[in-house]
Design a binder for this molecule. Sequence first.
Ligand SMILES: [Zn+2]
Ligand SMILES: [Zn+2]
Length: 136
Amino acid sequence: MSKYTGGCLCGAIRYSVDAEITELRHCHCRDCQRASGAHGAVVAVIPRDKFKLEKGTPKRYAAKADSGRTLYRFFCADCGSPIYSQRETAPERMVVRAGTFDDSSTMRITAHIWTASARPWSWIDPACDQLSGNPA
Ligand SMILES: [Zn+2]
Ligand SMILES: [Zn+2]
C-alpha cells in the first residue's frame, strides 16, 4: 500500500509514493517561478525507487539551471501541470511538486532555497532554513 498518491489537474498522470514525507522545500529560483506561473515551487525530495508512475507518461523538458546543471522538468502534456523534476547528474532522486499530492497533511515547509531571487510578495517563514542559492 502506497503512502501517498497524486497526479495532474486533468488526471492523465497519476503516481504513488512509498516513502514517508514530512519535509518540503520551497524553491524561489526564476525557473521555478516561470514554470509555476507563481512564487516558485514547493517540493518533496524522495528516492527514485519509492516513486511509481501509475498512469500516463509526462512530457520532459530539459532546462539549464542557474547552477549550470541540466534539470529535467516533467509535466502533463495535456493540462500543463508540473509533476516532478530530476537532475541529470542525480537520477536517483525525484523532486516532486507538493501541490500534486492528493493529501499532504503530514508535510510542512522546512527550508527555502534560492531566496536571493524570491519575489517581494512571497512570504518566507523566518523559522525555516534559508539559503540564498542552491543547497550543497
Ligand atoms: Zn494533466
Ligand atoms: Zn527552483
